[in-house]
Design a protein. Structure first.
Length: 167
């Protein structure tokens, strides 16, 4: 949280950053109070957390109320993908080799349940439990040995998308 605050100061100045920081703290306290005092009505499919409200996602200039799971930090897109992978795609029944680029914490339990799938987590940095450090534009794999590629919220950050897609 402190690193986030410092980034906001760098990007927007100390007055605006402090105002935003106070707003985030206030909203978090509100959500914690709601979850502590009111009956649960939400369940996170990714981690099983139950409560009244998800945390608000607040950045400079916009806010998404009731967005992030307090336990696994999943947002609505993660929760929808988790349910789709589990119920429609039936990831637990899949077998073979899967490459998961920039693995997200919210989907980690799902990859662990796919016991017949050899999941290899790939990232640029040694974070989020990456098994292999690699750039999407220079992959150290033979392309026809992979059965599943999961690349969510990544391709828009790649420098040269056609090169990455040819890999
Ligand atoms: Zn969760």
């Amino acid at each position: 949280m402190f690193a986030w605050y410092l980034t906001q100061i760098r990007n927007h100045g100390s007055v605006r950053a402090t105002r935003l920081f106070c707003r985030v703290i206030w909203r978090r306290m509100f959500v914690i109070f709601c979850n502590w005092t009111l009956p649960a009505r939400l369940t996170c499919p990714c981690c099983g957390w139950q409560g009244r409200r998800f945390l608000d996602y607040i950045e400079m200039g916009y806010a998404v109320p009731n967005a992030a799971c307090p336990r696994c930090d999943s947002h609505s897109r993660h929760r929808a993908l988790f349910i789709w992978l589990q119920d429609e795609y039936r990831i637990r029944e899949k077998a073979g080799i899967a490459l998961v680029f920039s693995p997200e914490r919210a989907l980690a339990p799902l990859w662990q349940t796919a016991t017949n799938l050899n999941v290899c987590k790939v990232d640029l940095e040694p974070v989020r439990g990456a098994d292999i450090l690699a750039d999407l534009m220079q992959l150290p794999f033979v392309s026809d040995v992979v059965d599943l590629i999961w690349c969510h919220h990544v391709i828009e950050q790649v420098e040269d998308v056609p090169v990455a897609l040819e890999q």
